[in-house]
Design a protein around this ligand. Structure first.
Ligand code: DQA
Length: 160
């Protein structure tokens, strides 16, 4: 059975393209998602995308992924990266394997952005490449699905 590769984006990422383009680039979220969706289907997998500005809505969406046997997420929690213990608990509750994605490099930006509630749970982290971060994360997800043993065992808390 093919795997569900789901792209999950948190608050303000619906504004990509116009939001602080010097930090996040000029490509819209629709354009990024269309490209990822095409690539996921070409690789023979199922795709979904979810974006919300509401913490509870993202948590509810993550809960629905508990029913999927084979799934992996490309997760950009936006500012919830640095604040949301509840979102972290949701990921743990359904043992969602995920790659953490950021357009900017939060570690470089200082302050609260240097802490992530997700990195220690992630298979891996891709950040700092603008919209290309999503593509690189998808490359890694596809590689992970096809060669899981080439990744450090402890990198993923829940294998697809
Ligand atoms: C972000 C980084 C976060 O610190 C910020 O709050 C965002 C976007 C990124 O993709 O670079 O909303 O997740």
């Amino acid at each position: 059975m093919e795997t569900l590769i789901t792209v999950i984006n948190g608050p303000n990422l619906n504004l990509l393209g116009t939001r602080e383009p010097e930090l996040y680039g000029t490509e819209s979220l629709d354009s990024i998602v269309a490209r990822l969706t095409r690539r996921i289907h070409e690789a023979g997998h199922r795709s979904s995308h979810f974006q919300s500005n509401s913490e509870g809505a993202i948590i509810d969406h993550i809960h629905t992924l508990g029913a999927e046997r084979k799934r992996i997420a490309l997760l950009n929690p936006g500012a919830f990266t640095h604040t949301s213990l509840a979102l972290r608990d949701a990921v743990l509750a359904v043992r969602l394997p995920f790659i953490e994605v950021h357009l900017s490099n939060p570690a470089q930006r200082g302050g609260i952005r240097t802490h992530s509630y997700f990195t220690d749970l992630a298979i891996g982290l891709v950040s700092g490449f603008g919209p290309l971060s999503y593509d690189l994360a998808l490359d890694a997800a596809l590689h992970f699905l096809h060669h899981p043993s080439s990744f450090p065992r402890e990198a993923s808390h829940g294998h697809p």
